[in-house]
Design a protein around this ligand. Structure first.
Ligand code: 4AD
Ligand code: MG
Length: 492
């Protein structure tokens, strides 16, 4: 096994020298400090205080009289800059980008920069070596190339920052929903129902056992039906759950396994209650963009500091600001969307009632026409799943029947959220299921809810990766999920 170790002089281990960082190390079972801990402490560190840094070498810089290495560990975008007293040490120890190292050093006031503490290396161990062709180097690397390195790409500053952001975002939603009296629930991902009725199910089998559940079972496409059951007992529920769709969409915004944030709310009578709430939810998470986010791991500052190009930072800022603008986002019906597109987009053929709004139409509406998020409500009933309630009388037209639903479409991405009021009347739901020729028996558990103290309710689902993609200014959904699954790819 490769091992290299270097001691420079003696490291003082007197109790007095171990303040913040030393005390933790002295406690034998405490976890070691992350680079985030060390950076946070360095401003107030005492001269000569001992510190142990563990991480990967991000950069090696050799000067005439000394050398520097940057060590990072992914816990923050910062790297710790460590001074080696002799440039020869980098060659003696064969130091390379990517190696895992443990450095014992001392904080010293910088001789060239005011009020900056440097870490001077006293002892260094290469814990994990890398091959000479370690593919991740200091220079910028394209996301296309990084996708070919499924186990290493998270080590780069940008990809790591996306994952810190994703983690941070989950916490924001947790806070938001708690403040709105929602209960977080964990519906199953194994199910016997096709929630969306689109036939995009992954079948579940079991090695060696046919028909394990004694009926067909699938990976869920949406947990909505189970959430409706839970909302009937807990009033307001939400979840963030993996969903699976066997759709053959090889695009930059589709995954076969993605995470959906879903909310289901009792006592909702109008679709605009849902749109207003969805806007409030999204704005609550982007509000953290300001001053307060400077020290937050995964917050706006953390992510923007990880991007090298100013252009990318500007896009990032503009996207957060687009969601932040606090007036009510435009809300138009599907019919009005067709009119706006036909009048303004300059298409070859006019859209007719019943035509699908394509991703291109959605991006044009939100990105070019309104230049902000837009709610599109009341789509044709035949385009939507069985559970959606009829549109409210002020917009309903029996010649062109529509349902009380909405999509939130945002610039660059298109559809981010889909939601609706649900049919809460037993007879109406039964009629709808039968008229679509669906297997009513398989849905008895769900329909039965309407016979047991039913209430008007509704909810929505948001593609979590699509939001992460938008707010982290990434162009491909495969770069914001740790191990992307898409048609033809489930490799590790
Ligand atoms: O619009 P969808 O299909 O709605 C439902 O499944 C409802 N049952 C949700 C509910 O009301 N509880 O999906 C919701 C969102 C979409 O707007 C989109 O953002 C995302 O899920 N989504 C996908 N994201 C990534 N890859 C895919 N293949 C996706 N399919 C849908
Ligand atoms: Mg949808």
């Amino acid at each position: 096994m490769y091992s290299a170790r270097l001691s420079i002089g003696s490291v003082s281990k007197k109790a007095g020298n171990f303040s913040f960082l030393g005390k933790r190390l002295a406690h034998s079972h405490a976890l070691s400090n992350t680079v985030h801990d060390i950076v946070a402490h360095s401003g107030t560190a005492k001269e000569g205080e001992s510190v142990t840094v563990k991480g990967h070498i991000r950069n090696v810089k050799t000067m005439k009289s000394h050398a520097f290495i940057d060590v990072s560990d992914g816990a923050t975008h910062h790297a710790v800059n460590i001074l080696l007293p002799d440039p020869k040490l980098t060659t003696d120890l064969h130091l390379k980008v990517g190696q895992a190292v443990e450095v014992v050093g001392e904080f010293k006031k910088s001789e060239v920069k005011d009020n900056v503490n440097e870490i001077h290396c006293k002892e260094m161990t290469v814990i994990g070596n890398v091959p000479d062709k370690y593919p991740i180097q200091k220079k910028a690397t394209s996301m296309d190339f990084l996708r070919t390195l499924p186990t290493l790409r998270h080590r780069t500053a940008t990809v790591a920052s996306v994952f810190r952001f994703r983690s941070y975002l989950e916490g924001c939603f947790m806070d938001f929903f708690r403040s709105e009296s929602f209960i977080k629930v964990s519906p199953p991902t194994l199910t016997s129902s096709d929630c969306e009725g689109a036939g995009e199910l992954f079948y579940v089998g079991s090695t060696g056992k046919k028909n394990f559940f004694k009926k067909n079972a699938y990976l869920t496409v949406s947990t909505q039906l189970h959430l409706e059951v839970l909302a009937a007992s807990l009033n307001r529920v939400w979840t963030l759950t993996p969903c699976f769709r066997a759709e053959n969409s090889d695009t930059n915004r589709h995954l076969s396994e993605f995470w959906m944030l879903e909310a289901e709310i009792s006592h909702v009578e109008h679709v605009h209650q849902l749109t207003q709430f969805a806007q409030k939810m999204l704005q609550s998470v982007v509000q953290s963009k300001g001053e307060a986010s400077k020290t937050v791991v995964g917050g706006f500052e953390d992510m923007s500091s990880s991007y090298r190009s100013q252009e990318k930072v500007d896009i990032l800022s503009q996207r957060w600001n687009t969601l932040l603008e606090d007036q009510q986002w435009p809300t138009i019906t599907y019919k009005q969307a067709l009119e706006i597109i036909n009048e303004n987009k300059g298409q070859e053929t006019e859209l007719q009632w019943g035509d699908t709004l394509t991703t291109e139409h959605e991006k044009w509406l939100a990105g070019t026409h309104f230049q902000k998020p837009v709610f599109v409500t009341d789509y044709p009933k035949f385009q939507k799943p069985f559970y959606m309630r009829q549109s409210s009388p002020d917009v309903y037209d029996s010649e062109q029947p529509t349902v009380a639903c909405f999509d939130l479409i945002i610039p660059e991405i298109g559809e981010l959220i889909g939601g609706s009021l649900r049919i809460h009347d037993y007879q109406e739901l039964t009629r709808e299921i039968e008229s679509r020729g669906m297997d009513k028996k398989a849905l008895d558990w769900y329909i039965g809810l309407r016979e047991n103290g039913t209430v008007p309710h509704g909810g929505f689902g948001m593609g979590f990766e699509r939001l992460v993609m938008y707010l982290s200014a990434q162009d491909n959904i495969r770069d914001v999920i740790a191990f992307p699954r898409f048609p033809g790819s489930c490799n590790c």
